[in-house]
Write a protein that binds this ligand. Sequence first.
Ligand SMILES: [Fe+2]
Ligand SMILES: [Fe+2]
Length: 143
Amino acid sequence: MSDIALSDAHRLGLAPMDDIHHEFMHLMARLDDAGRDDMMACLDALIEHTEAHFAQEQQWMEESGFPPVHCHHGEHERVLEVVREVRRLAAAGDHGIVRSLVRELPQWFAHHAATMDAMLAEHIARSGYIARATLERLVLQPA
Ligand SMILES: [Fe+2]
Ligand SMILES: [Fe+2]
């Protein structure tokens, strides 16, 4: 069974972001445990999550006025390019490349979470953006 999991060191204290990162690690663990039969389905699930994960952070960056938005966006784009290329090679029969991704991506994430995502989480906490956004949703969509 895979030992890939969200560690306490990865938790940034912003619940919606920590939840997304927990799912990211969970999907990497599933891919790590996958056999030939379910490898492509697990890879597709990871890619689908990663696209949504990065799109959500992009929205937070734009709406909260995060200054280094382009730098963070650039890192996300490079990772998406890599995972899509891995998907293409895996579909052509290269399963070893998926194993490499499973080894490398958690290491990339540990660094990214400790730098770019940590800066974003701190900016959001300081700016009160999430609290404002939640309040606006409650006002616009009363239960
Ligand atoms: Fe993230
Ligand atoms: Fe990020």
